[in-house]
Design a protein around this ligand. Structure first.
Ligand SMILES: Cc1c2[nH]c(c1CCC(=O)O)Cc1[nH]c(c(CCC(=O)O)c1C)Cc1[nH]c(c(CCC(=O)O)c1C)Cc1[nH]c(c(C)c1CCC(=O)O)C2
Length: 351
């Protein structure tokens, strides 16, 4: 049994005493306790050692007081399990030295047996569930196929992912074969996470907003839909497609329980697009956590009021930045937790 089940209830459309809160990338470099482990162990060593992944996952729950834990891992463990080398180079981000660019490169990848290649994630989840002891739910996750294709083809981070897009537009048949292989791996991987104990699944499509609405349907949503369909009857699912506000209606129609939104759309407008049957998650500008604490408090209250208190999970609109002071992150969380629900009614009357 989970003691603090606010997020689960919000995802199921139930009333909650207050708005639940967590932060994307909440386990990371803004925490001094994370930096201690980062000094000692390599990135994938931290991911692959269940005791380390567990300790890092619990840090924000203990230190910042969020309403959910999110598994410490990375979306790039999937391309790795499919056979590609992935390096995380300090200050450069991810590097895949031998990306997929043509037909013959496909021979280097496979749809792996997830129990063989990603068992360390399932071991970490079992350990985390034991250590959490029902305090808060555990969110498992994976990258959306389109976002993973971006890294697998481009071979590194990019502002435009132009090579990944060129691959899709010039070799659509190959792109769809790759996207389907990623999708099949991801479905098996996420089902494994749920079996190991994940209570909620979030799909991160960080680069969905780089595509036109038509191409988002073709190269991204088509595959996200398969993932949601495979999981939604097992656990609540959340789709976070950054920048893809134009597709909120279509994403809601997948049957996902929650949709993440970034700060580039007004909450009321997102609600109009998404409809009433889905929970919205977001959408505080992560850079605003660099403001003075009184400003953070005021802006968080404005955000909460705009969402109106129902079917809302407070979060950032993207991952927390490494240079955010811990007390600013805590101010974000505490402001949400102490916001009096009666104020939603008052603002409604006033508005
Ligand atoms: C695109 C993407 C990646 N990884 C992820 C995404 C999707 C979300 C997003 O858009 O932010 C997802 C991710 N990565 C990480 C988590 C852990 C759980 C969490 O706290 O949210 C999650 C959910 C750990 C991580 N993944 C990474 C770190 C930093 C590693 C370190 O230097 O210690 C962490 C804590 C490395 C990583 N991993 C990735 C990049 C681009 C980088 C380097 C840039 C960066 O450092 O932010 C790929």
């Amino acid at each position: 049994m989970i003691q603090n089940d606010l997020i689960l209830r919000a995802l199921n459309g139930e009333e909650t005493e207050r708005v639940p809160v967590w932060m994307m990338r909440q386990a990371g470099r803004y925490l001094p306790e994370y930096m201690v482990l980062r000094e000692k162990y390599g990135f994938f060593e931290r991911c692959q050692t269940p005791e380390l992944a567990c300790e890092i996952t619990l840090q924000p729950v203990d230190i910042v007081g969020v309403d959910a834990a999110i598994l410490f891992s990375d979306i790039l463990v999937v391309p790795q399990a499919m056979g590609l080398e992935v390096q995380l180079v300090e200050s450069k981000g991810p590097i895949l030295p031998q990306p997929i660019q043509q037909e013959k490169d496909m021979q280097r990848i496979m749809v792996p047996d997830v129990n063989e290649r990603l068992h360390y994630v399932f071991d970490a989840i079992r350990l985390i569930k034991k250590e959490l002891n029902g305090r808060v739910p555990l969110i498992g996750f994976a990258g959306a196929p389109w976002t993973l294709l971006c890294y697998m083809v481009q071979g590194k981070g990019s502002k435009t992912f132009d090579e990944a897009k060129a691959f899709c537009y010039a070799k659509p048949e190959l792109a769809h074969r790759l996207l389907q292989m990623i999708t099949d791996t991801t479905i098996a991987y996420l089902k494994g996470q749920v079996k190991a104990g994940a209570d909620i699944i979030q799909v991160f499509d960080s680069w969905g907003g780089l595509l036109s609405p038509h191409d988002f349907e073709t190269f991204s949503l088509k595959y996200i839909r398969q993932i949601v369909a495979a999981l939604k009857d097992e656990v609540p699912t959340i789709i976070f497609a950054k920048g893809a506000w134009f597709a909120l209606e279509e994403m809601a129609a997948t049957g996902a329980h929650g949709l993440g939104i970034d700060w580039c759309i007004q909450p009321q407008r997102a609600r109009t697009f998404a409809g009433r049957n889905v929970t919205l998650q977001g959408n505080f500008d992560p850079a605003k956590l660099l403001s003075p604490i009184p400003v953070i408090k005021q802006e968080v209250e404005t955000m909460l009021t705009q969402f109106g208190g129902h079917r809302h999970i407070a979060n950032l609109g993207h991952g927390i930045l490494p240079n955010v002071p811990v007390d600013h992150a805590r101010a974000f969380v505490d402001t949400v937790k102490s916001f009096d629900k009666a104020r939603f009614e008052k603002e409604k009357v006033a508005g």
